[in-house]
Structures are given as structure tokens and as C-alpha cells.
Design a protein around this ligand. Structure first.
Ligand code: C5P
Length: 411
């Protein structure tokens, strides 16, 4: 059965032709053990019947906000609380616009506004409606707020056009739902501190020493830890990465500033993930005036930067410590060496080099801990982050206990 067994999925159907695939989606979710309830918008009821959704889910579909009998059985707020995940499939341009504006004008929009559970939308519309800047901006707004979008796909459309705008396949939507609920509650009640990105060590007012880190991995970890219910503090070096929803971000520039911000928070955190590529060395002297070509030193004298991970490891009651080992060769042996030398609980070893490791690329990892290791195969950084957070929860013995606690408080 797997991840979806026993999960409560609220399927919200809006009025696109792709609504004809909603019953199939409900069936596949139920096959995997999920409990499914349905909301249909007025537009959706013109395309498929509430009775059909009742037949495939075993529960009457809801269509009205102001329906006395349904509200008496389970109010719209209870329905929002009930859900472990809200899936809007298909999500029309109109529904997406309403969600982006935060409207509560019908049952679907009201429940989505009230739900604390992860929201997932599968857009479906004509290709021009999809590529319209208004829709794209609305989607960007939703993503920023933590809504996951699956699709749309490219292909032939009901109107005869060919292009992007078809609702994603049912298996793809089921997989996205499984991913959305996978981590739920695993880090509930835990404080997670994460460093990300590079640091910059100034030479003079215009020059600095740094590295190629983009912050992508640390930000993906922050997003995954927040989705898992953790209270996440992210201390980030200079990066263009976008702050994930529900993450408290502090920006720093140098290793010294990063150390200060981390040490302020570390004594209160349960998990510290040192993902930043801290510049190992800083110029021994800072020149307040721009160095001239003519008087620049032939050699730049360097001093080592503070080791932030090691400083947290030296605390009296250190949190669960996770470090990274970005290596160009011999990843596992070096990761294991770092596990000992840094005195941490887990090291994530990954291969870096000219062709891999930095930015929005796929990567793999060898995760080591005292007495064990696990390989995470080639995948995108958000997926790697999801697996790492699951692994950290398992190594800390959190998974099931936290899930039960989260489940019982929600019910
Ligand atoms: O010693 P090395 O730089 O290879 O260790 C990498 C790990 O240590 C990473 O987790 C990195 O974030 C952390 N680190 C740190 N402070 C430093 C150097 C590395 O926290 N000055």
C-alpha cells in the first residue's frame, strides 16, 4: 500500500474538460489505501455528476458552501482540517486566479483558504490561457506560498489546439500526492537550523574570495524540512535562491557572520544541517581602499575561516549534526573520515566537479553514519532533500512517533 495508506485526500474538481479524469484519479488514490472526499465547483458539475464521484469515493461529493445538511454533517472548516492533502485536479485558470487572490467565494476556494495541509494543483486549460502572463503570475504566487503544481503537460487539447495545458496523467498526479504527504509530521515540533550557499570573504571593497555554491541544496533541504513540519531557520550566504514557504531566513556574507548567526540559534535547535560551502580561507588583511593594480601584493596572505560545524559539535548538548562532504574523488572514504574528524552524526558525501554538483543539476549522494551508509541515486536536489530529511528522521527515530503524534492531534 505504501505512503498513501490511511491518508485523507480532499479532491477538488473544477470546471475543465479534464474533469472527466477526476473519477479515475479518485479510484487510483483509493487503490493505494487513501480515503478520498470530493468537492466539485459549479462548473465541474456541468461536466461530471456528483453522483459519479460519490460512487467512486464512497462518500457524497460536496458542491455547495451553503448546504445546511452537508454543513451539519461536516462543516467546510472541518473538511479543511480533515485533509492530509488537498488536490485540485483539474485546476482551471479561474480557480488558480481565485486561489492566488485568496478568495473565499465558493466551497473550493473557502476550503483551500482554510486548509493547513499541503495543497497540490494540476492545471488544465487551453495553451493560450496557460501561457498568459496573468496565469503564469498567479501560478508563481501559488508556488511562492508553497502550493505544489503538477504539470500541465504538452499535447492535444479538447479545443483542437496542440500545446502545453493538458492536465498531467493520473499516475503523475498520484505520485505528486504521495510525495506531498510523504514527510508530513516527521519533524513536527523540531527546530531545524540549516546553513546554505557560499560565503564571501572580502579582499577590498570590490573583491572577494568565494566559490561556486548556489545554495540550491540548502534551500531544498529547508523546504523539505518545513514540509515535514519542522520549524526551520535558514542562515544563507549570498545567493539568488528564493526563500521556501514557512522558512525563517537570515542573510549573511562572511563565514564570521554565519558563525555568529548559527551560534545564536544552535543551542535551541534539534537538528543542525551544515550545507553551506563556507570559504575555507579569508584574506589575512582587509584593504579598506581598492587595491590598485600597481600596488597589489604579488601574494595574497590567507587565514583559515572558522569551522562552523565543528563549533556547533563542541556545544555541551549538540543537536543532531549533519555535514556535507563535496568531493571530486573518493567520496565515501572521505565522507567517513569527516564523520570522525568533525564528530558529527551524519555526513552527506557528494561528487562535485566541472560537470556536476553546482546549481540546478541532478546529483547523487552517499550518506554515512557510524556503522552504516545509504546511497541516494541520481536525482534532482528537491528529491535528494526529501530523501535526506526522511533519512534524518529515521536515524533520529522520529518518523513513526512524530507521525502518530501529528495524526492524533489533527483528529
Ligand atoms: O571540512 P570541510 O569544509 O570539507 O567540511 C564540510 C562540512 O563542514 C560542510 O557541512 C560545511 O557546511 C561545514 N563547514 C563549516 N564551516 C567551515 C567549513 C565547512 O560549517 N568553515
Amino acid at each position: 500500500m505504501g505512503i498513501l495508506a490511511g491518508k485523507r485526500i480532499l479532491l477538488c474538481v473544477s470546471g475543465s474538460v479534464a474533469a472527466y479524469r477526476a473519477p479515475e484519479l479518485a479510484r487510483r488514490l483509493r487503490e493505494r489505501g487513501a480515503e478520498v472526499r470530493t468537492i466539485l465547483t459549479e462548473g465541474a458539475t456541468r461536466l461530471i455528476s456528483p453522483l459519479l464521484m460519490q460512487a467512486v469515493t464512497g462518500t457524497p461529493a460536496r458542491t455547495e458552501l451553503w448546504d445546511e445538511a452537508s454543513e451539519a454533517a461536516m462543516s467546510h472548516i472541518e473538511l479543511a482540517r480533515w485533509a492530509d492533502c488537498v488536490v485540485i485536479a483539474p485546476a482551471t485558470a479561474n480557480t488558480i486566479a481565485r486561489l492566488a487572490r485568496g478568495e473565499a467565494c465558493d466551497l473550493l476556494s473557502t476550503v483551500c483558504l482554510a486548509a493547513a495541509a499541503p495543497l497540490l494543483a494540476a492545471p488544465a486549460m487551453n495553451r493560450n490561457m496557460w501561457s498568459n502572463p496573468a496565469t503564469l503570475e498567479n501560478c508563481a504566487t501559488l508556488r511562492r506560498r508553497g502550493v505544489s503544481l503538477v504539470g500541465p503537460d504538452f499535447g492535444e487539447q479538447a479545443c483542437g489546439d496542440v500545446g502545453e495545458g493538458r492536465m498531467s496523467s493520473v499516475p503523475d498526479i498520484v505520485a505528486a500526492v504521495a510525495q506531498a504527504v510523504d514527510l508530513s509530521g516527521q519533524l513536527a515540533g523540531r527546530r531545524v537550523l540549516i546553513t546554505a550557499g557560499p560565503t564571501r570573504e572580502p579582499i577590498d571593497p570590490v573583491r572577494y574570495l568565494s566559490n561556486r555554491s548556489t545554495g540550491a541544496m540548502g534551500f531544498a533541504l529547508a523546504a523539505a524540512a518545513a514540509r515535514a513540519g519542522g520549524a526551520v531557520d535558514l542562515v544563507a550566504g549570498p545567493t539568488a535562491a528564493v526563500t521556501p514557504p514557512k522558512v525563517n531566513r537570515t542573510d549573511v556574507v562572511t563565514a564570521g557572520e554565519m558563525l555568529e548567526e548559527v551560534m545564536r540559534r544552535a543551542p535551541d535547535c534539534d537538528i543542525f544541517i551544515a550545507c553551506a560551502a563556507v570559504a575555507d580561507y579569508a584574506p589575512a588583511r582587509y584593504s579598506p581602499g581598492k587595491l590598485k593594480r600597481s600596488n597589489a601584493p604579488a601574494r595574497l596572505e590567507l587565514k583559515p575561516s572558522p569551522d562552523i560545524l565543528a563549533a556547533v559539535a563542541r556545544l555541551k548538548n549538540p543537536p543532531f549534526l549533519v555535514g556535507f562532504a563535496a568531493e571530486t574523488e573518493d567520496v565515501e572514504r572521505r565522507a567517513r573520515g569527516k564523520l570522525k574528524s568533525k564528530g558529527v552524526d551524519m555526513i552527506v558525501g557528494n561528487q562535485v566537479g566541472e560537470a556536476c554538483g553546482f546549481g540546478d543539476v541532478k546529483t547523487s549522494a552517499r550518506v554515512v553514519w557510524e556503522g552504516g551508509s545509504e546511497r541516494i541515486g541520481q536525482c534532482a536536489k528537491p528529491e535528494l532533500a526529501r530523501q535526506l530529511v526522511g533519512l534524518i528522521a529515521r536515524r533520529m527515530g522520529l518518523g513513526k512517533v512524530a507521525l502518530l503524534r501529528a495524526g492524533s492531534s489533527a483528529r
